[in-house]
Design a protein around this ligand. Structure first.
Ligand code: SF4
Length: 69
């Protein structure tokens, strides 16, 4: 399983922040949890459905540059 698949929706959500512990464990902190108690601070992964999911816009460095004109 890839890292993105292991995180589910959190893998590309604007509210997700990857945290690495002092022992090297990685987990996701959900920044929506700061303002909305419906969201756990450290969601159980993989998150397969989430009302707060907001996908990150494509990275312009890797996005396709196809023209529509
Ligand atoms: S809003 Fe949902 S998908 Fe986004 S980081 Fe929080 S738990 Fe993950």
């Amino acid at each position: 399983m890839t890292r993105a698949a292991a995180r589910g929706l959190c893998a590309d959500c604007t509210s997700a922040e990857e945290i690495t512990s002092s022992k090297g464990s990685r987990f996701v902190l959900c920044r929506l949890s700061y303002s909305d108690p419906r969201f756990p601070r450290y969601p159980r992964l993989p998150v397969l459905a989430c009302g707060g999911y907001t996908p990150r816009p494509p990275d312009p460095r890797t996005a396709s540059t196809t023209s529509t004109s």
